[in-house]
Design a protein around this ligand. Structure first.
Ligand SMILES: Cc1ncc(COP(=O)(O)O)c(C=O)c1O
Length: 427
């Protein structure tokens, strides 16, 4: 996006602000779509960016959707997804979530334990139905090269491959349960196409083996994904030509055996990360014990990943001062306004030496796991607005939060006389 456009968005919507470029989202979607045989469905992972306006774009382009909570299910339905295009994955689905999945008749509940399958079956049986489930397997080996490993190491995800035969035998025998397939998701942020293809091959082999051994039809096979994007210097983008060739080869080998199977891949980061910028305004520029600080109006409460508060990112996001690129840079700490030393969204980054109050700091690659992955309650600041620029127009997808939101849902304990006056003031 051009400098003037970014400046225009900041002045129209204020800061802090997330802005997403629809053209880049579309480019990434087409890039991934182009790597996959037609028979494959792309399931957009809402967790990476739960804006209904973004989900709606993916729906228009033909994507399906993967949700991980009741809230995400609500978003997916609000964005117009048909239940048959929704899968639900999460290691801790509550009774209410399973009930909602059954209410809406979503395509697959991807169960992560035998107990969860039993609960889904029990709930379905009580309404005279069967629950369509896929079993998420936690394979013995994780994806080598995954930025964030979710298999091969102890995690709460899926049913351990050691013991999967007993689990599938038990689930197959459950009344109220229809076992429609299998799911494997081993890690996120993989930049090596060969690693992804190898993982898919392992999953396909495991799935074919299990379905044959246990005599269930493989209606659905969710291959996961983990498609990564380069964030930092020295990282190389996923080679999508190689990915396409690798998956094509795989399909030539296994396509006939999987002819009646719905194949899914899931993606969040690859589709969204590159499209987003986080804009935060410099309030003060100061020095302390030889270090330079730019104190901004948005920080780690809005963009935790940029403050290394997640488990994957251990490096600075690319960032610059709007309109002051290319000049002399000095080591600067970009911080928000929280009263904690962890509120640093740029640690000793090379930033324009001329940075001054009112300047806009632009944090790139912020489209995935930005606001959604941040401790937004901390210090009760209002949420930033979020906008999408699509076909030359800016669309407000989430309005800026209000100061009053800090009191949303709060009650004073009215029964206690000590609080009576305060209570009267709040109602
Ligand atoms: C089950 C599952 N599917 C999909 C995703 C999305 O991963 P990514 O954003 O790397 O594509 C995740 C991320 O944690 C996940 O746990």
């Amino acid at each position: 996006m051009k400098e003037e456009e970014i400046r225009g968005l900041a002045s129209r919507y204020g800061t802090p602000l997330y802005s997403y470029d629809g053209e880049i989202i579309h480019r990434q979607y087409r890039l991934l779509r182009g790597c996959l045989p037609e028979a494959f469905d792309i399931f957009y992972s809402v967790k990476c960016n739960p804006l209904a306006g973004v989900c709606g774009l993916f729906r228009q382009w033909g994507a399906r959707i993967e949700v991980a909570s009741l809230g995400e299910l609500h978003i997916a339905l609000s964005a117009g997804f048909r239940p048959r295009d929704i899968v639900f994955t999460s290691p801790g689905k509550t009774r209410a979530e399973l009930e909602a999945a059954l209410d809406h008749g979503i395509y697959s509940i991807n169960v992560e334990s035998v107990a969860e399958a039993a609960l889904a079956g029990e709930l379905a049986l009580a309404r005279g139905e069967t629950a369509r489930i896929a079993v998420r397997i936690h394979p013995n080996s994780g994806m080598q090269g995954a930025g964030l490993k979710m298999a091969g190491v102890p995690t709460p995800f899926g049913i351990d491959q050691t013991g999967i035969d007993e689990a599938i035998a038990a689930i197959s025998a459950m009344p109220g349960v229809a076992l429609i397939g299998l799911h494997v998701f081993t890690g996120s942020q993989i930049l090596d196409a060969d690693v992804i293809v190898r993982g898919m091959r392992d999953t396909i082999n495991l799935a074919l083996e299990l379905s044959e051994r246990h005599g269930f039809g493989l209606q659905f096979l969710d291959l996961g994904g983990g498609f990564g994007v380069p964030y930092f210097a020295g990282e190389t983008a996923l080679d999508t030509d190689r990915l396409r060739e690798g998956i094509l080869e795989l399909w030539e080998e296994y396509g006939a055996r999987l002819a009646g199977t719905r194949i899914g891949v899931e993606s969040g980061r690859f589709l969204m990360a590159e499209s987003g910028v986080f804009l935060t305004k410099a309030l003060y520029v100061k020095e302390c014990k030889g270090a330079k600080f730019v104190v901004c109006d948005g920080g780690s409460n809005h963009h935790a990943a940029s403050a290394f508060l997640g488990r994957y990112v251990r490096n600075n996001f690319p960032m610059h001062v709007l309109g002051k690129e290319g000049g002399p840079a000095v080591e600067t700490n970009v911080v928000g306004c929280l009263c904690t030393p962890t509120d640093v969204i740029g640690q000793r980054v090379g930033l324009s030496a001329d940075v001054e109050p009112e300047d806009i700091v632009v944090v790139s690659k912020s489209g995935a796991y930005g606001l959604t992955h941040s401790p937004t309650m901390f210090l009760s600041h209002a949420l930033p607005a979020e906008v999408l620029v699509w076909e030359g127009e800016a669309h407000l997808l989430r309005e800026r939060g209000k100061t009053e939101d800090a009191m949303r849902g709060q009650r004073m304990p009215a029964a206690n006389p000590a609080f009576r006056d305060d209570y009267a003031r709040t109602v």
